[in-house]
Design a protein around this ligand. Structure first.
Ligand code: NAD
Ligand code: LMR
Length: 328
């Protein structure tokens, strides 16, 4: 007998990432080839955005996906998040000309406060929320704080793209297969301050750190390459990453829902104080996932170099939080 459909809300559904994401969700790549889905798609009420959304839905229909059990387009978060089992918050205000980071934070704080409240009111109590829209960690923090009746652990931010970028760089450096790399993580903020950490990583059972054995490459090439990859893609494409971002969102949600089979993956999750990260800060951590729950990998040794990096990315996140505190 076929499974009951689950409700997947996606915001910013007519944007670039939306276009790379929806078809993969509808084809079963996120929740499994036996799991029917109902897509609940939120766009701004603006006529142009709603018309573009209609076009995307026409294409979804034309794919005749057997797992697509329904599509609900809307401009209202209360409709988009109604009984949602999964919510991918992609839509965000992009930085405009002359806009300072503080303006961007404030504009997004309004969006994510409203969406957090709507999730609180109408979503499934078990809703799994992934925030992709930037600044992703702080937007997830705002949504979580605006949804007091939902468990804090339901709110996550996307660090998986950074994790995947780091894995790819390591595979190229060591001449190994990217799929064989294990125990990699990215600590902190989805921003250039993130700390991609391969000290514990292995490939084919061998230590990645020993294989590379080059701290200068780590500090001067690897970390800046991974940290500034988003900007490098904007520079090359004239647009920010979309297919790779959608792919990372699929990876994040699939592993959360279906399990990582013991593998470490990176998720931005609300801290409970581990590794000295204050409670509630949404921080990139190594986790394993099983039975629909993530579990932080605890007890890793943090050396001086790593501590400095972690302190730097934490400070940036705390500054972002302070910048929106008056809006919460
Ligand atoms: P885009 O501009 O192509 O699409 C965003 C869409 O969101 C637009 O269609 C817009 O109308 C919609 N939108 C804006 N405000 C909304 C709201 N309040 N409710 C619903 N929809 C809303 O942008 P994109 O390339 O798809 O990127 C989306 C976001 O993802 C950006 O903030 C981008 O910086 C971020 N991003 C994050 C990562 C990551 O790793 N965390 C990676 C890439 C991009
Ligand atoms: C990315 O990492 O590709 C995105 O967050 C885009 C950006 O602004 O860096």
């Amino acid at each position: 007998m076929s499974k009951k459909p689950v409700r997947v809300a996606v915001t910013g559904a007519a944007g670039q990432i939306g276009y790379a994401l929806l078809f993969r969700i509808a084809s079963g790549e996120m929740l499994g080839k036996d799991q029917p889905v109902i897509l609940q798609l939120l766009e701004i009420p603006d006529e142009k955005a709603q018309k573009a959304l209609k076009g995307v839905i026409m294409e979804l229909e034309d794919c005749a996906f057997p797992l697509l059990a329904g599509v609900i387009p809307t401009g209202d978060p209360l409709v988009a998040f109604k009984d949602a089992d999964y919510a991918l918050l992609v839509g965000a205000r992009p930085r405009g000309p002359g806009m300072e980071r503080a303006d961007l934070l404030a504009a997004n704080a309004q969006i994510f406060t409203a969406q957090g409240k709507a999730l609180d009111q109408v979503a499934s109590r078990k809703v799994k929320v992934l925030v992709v829209g930037n600044p992703a960690n702080t937007n997830a923090y705002i949504a979580m704080k605006s949804a007091p009746s939902l468990p804090r652990k339901n709110f996550t931010a996307m660090l998986r793209l950074d994790h995947n970028r780091a894995a790819s760089q390591i595979a190229a450096k060591t001449g190994t297969a990217v799929g064989d790399i294990e125990k990699l993580t990215v600590w902190g903020n989805h921003s250039p301050t993130m700390y991609a950490d391969y000290r514990f990583a292995t490939v084919g059972g061998k230590s990645v750190k020993d294989l590379i054995n080059d701290q200068v490459w780590n500090a001067d090439t690897f970390l800046p390459t991974v940290g500034k990859r988003g900007a490098a893609i904007i520079e090359a494409r004239g647009l920010s990453s979309a297919a790779s971002a959608a792919n990372a969102a699929i990876d994040h949600m699939r592993d959360w829902a279906l399990g990582s089979n013991g593998k470490w993956v990176t998720m931005g999750i609300p801290s409970d104080g581990q590794y000295g990260i204050p409670k509630d800060v949404i921080f990139g951590f190594p986790v394993t996932t099983e039975n629909g729950e993530y579990k932080l990998v605890e007890g890793l040794e943090i050396d001086k170099f790593s501590q400095e990096r972690i302190d730097k990315t934490l400070k940036e996140l705390q500054d972002e939080q302070a910048g929106v505190a008056h809006l919460l």
